[in-house]
Every structure is written in C-alpha cells, then in structure tokens.
Design a protein around this ligand. Structure first.
Ligand code: DGL
Length: 266
C-alpha cells in the first residue's frame, strides 16, 4: 500500500455512508472503498460473536482491495469488534468511531448522554472511553433500537418516529444532560428531532465527524495523504442489492449512488 491507496470504510449496511460523507468532506482527494454489509444488516441486535465474525469478513474484503487504512463506520462493530480486529490485523491502521467521539464528548461535556443500538449500549464501550478522558464524567446510556428501521424506511418526519423519540428520550431529558453522543450511524439523519426531544441546547457529538478528523490528522502526520490534485475515486460494494438501494443510500449520503457500485459475496 502507498499514499495513493484508498481508504477502506465498512459498515453493517448503508448507515455508514453518514460517516463516509464526513470523511469525503474532510478528505476530498482520497480514493474511498466503501463496503456495506446490506445482506446482514442490522448488527445492533446481534451477539458479540456474530458481530466480530461479520466485522472480520468485512476487514478481509477491504484488505483484498489494498487499502491504506480501515475505518469501522459502524458504532456496533466499533464497540464490539474493534479491539479484536486491531489485535488480529496488526499491519493496517484501523480506526473506529467510539474513541474519537468519546474524546470529543469528554472535552465538551460533563453530563453526557449516549444513544445507540442495543449491542453498542450493552458493550459500555462509550462509557469506558469517556471516563478514560474525564474520570468525573457522568454518562447516561440509552439503547434506541427502533430509530434504525424508521430511518431506513425514510420515515424521518413521521408521527410514529416522533412518539418513539419522545418515549425513549424522556429518560435523558429528566437527567438534564449537557452533551449527547449520536452513537449510531443512522442518528445524525434525525439529529434535530432528537435534540428537540432532549433539549435544543444540548451539545451534539457526531462520531462520523470525530473519526474523519482523526483519519485526517493521522494521514497528514504520516505523510499518507493522496495527491491534492486527485478527484478521489469512490467505489461502493454491498453484499445485497435491493430495489430500494438508491433511495436508502441517498438518505445517508445526500446524493444518489449509481456508478461504481457492485454486489459482492463475502
Ligand atoms: N451501523 C449500525 C451502528 O452504527 C446501525 C445499524 C445496525 O444495527 O447494523 O450501530
């Protein structure tokens, strides 16, 4: 691999495109290989063993594409499988979303809420990392599993979502948190709605933005940035391709993906 090699990004599905979007924004000259494991999404309700196995297969695929580093865009994979992958694949820099977001949350807040999938919250990964940076932090974690299907169905303004958000987030509202970590790839899409239910003044931490900055700093420091006159080729791979692909991808990335898209079998 060289500085011209692509950045590999994987997610359980298409939600990780919210993370890819932040990386592309900060590193527009980089080639990107995105893998969405759409055949096996969601990872959130699965066991740690299964999440590790799927994450390892995703990593193997990206390595076969000769990437220069790997970004685990999925919060669930980051929470459950990042340490395992880092130990197993020592020769490639692996970034995950939990640590940079936890660092940012500890920098700006004291009473910190974390929302995510069941697996992410049960792992306590955010809590552990936030406390590493700020011992006195008070962390209130909450699983919000129904947000993922609402966003994937494009129901981002529905009354159903609003009611679900009210019910889930009332538990955070009464705790009067000052900072909230959007600990799932899908949540930045409904960030405003979430903030409204908790407190409009709450500081939002978006792990996609935090990890993009970490990748940028690492590549700059190690002189691994791609040529600055490159347009950055983007290639998207998925493990299942349905008719709704274009629509769902657009929700997360903000524009359509039609070219450079390939279905693969892991
Ligand atoms: N990508 C997952 C995450 O960020 C959400 C979807 C899933 O459960 O697989 O946790």
């Amino acid at each position: 691999m060289s500085k011209n090699s692509p950045i590999g990004i994987f997610d359980s599905g298409l939600g990780g495109l919210t993370v890819a979007k932040q990386i592309i924004k900060l590193l527009p000259h980089e080639d990107i290989i995105y893998l969405g494991d759409t055949a096996r999404v969601p990872y959130g309700p699965r066991s740690p063993e299964t999440i590790k196995k799927f994450s390892e297969e995703n990593t193997q695929f990206l390595l076969s594409k000769k990437v220069k580093c790997i970004v685990i865009a999925c919060n669930t994979s980051s929470a459950v499988a990042a340490d395992y992958l880092k130990k197993k694949f020592k020769n490639i820099p692996i970034f995950e979303v939990i640590n940079p977001a936890a660092k940012e949350a500890a920098r700006v807040g004291e009473k910190i809420g974390v929302i995510g999938t069941r697996a992410t919250i049960e792992s306590k990964a955010y809590e552990k990392d936030i406390k590493k940076y700020l011992k006195s932090a008070k962390v209130i974690s909450l699983a919000c599993p129904l947000f993922v299907p609402f966003v994937e169905e494009g129901e981002i303004k529905s009354n159903g979502l609003k009611e679900t958000a009210r019910e889930y987030l009332s538990k955070l509202k009464i705790k009067k948190i000052d900072t909230l970590v959007m600990g799932c790839t899908h949540y930045p899409i409904i960030e405003k709605l979430i903030a409204r239910e908790v407190d409009n003044h709450v500081r939002i931490v978006d792990p996609g933005k935090s990890v993009a900055k970490e990748v940028f700093d690492f590549l700059s420091k190690n002189k691994m940035l791609n040529e600055q006159n490159s347009h950055g080729k983007k290639n998207f791979f998925v493990t299942d391709l349905t008719k709704r692909f274009t629509k769902v991808a657009e929700i997360f990335l903000g524009h359509k993906i039609e070219e450079n898209l390939k279905k693969i079998i892991l």
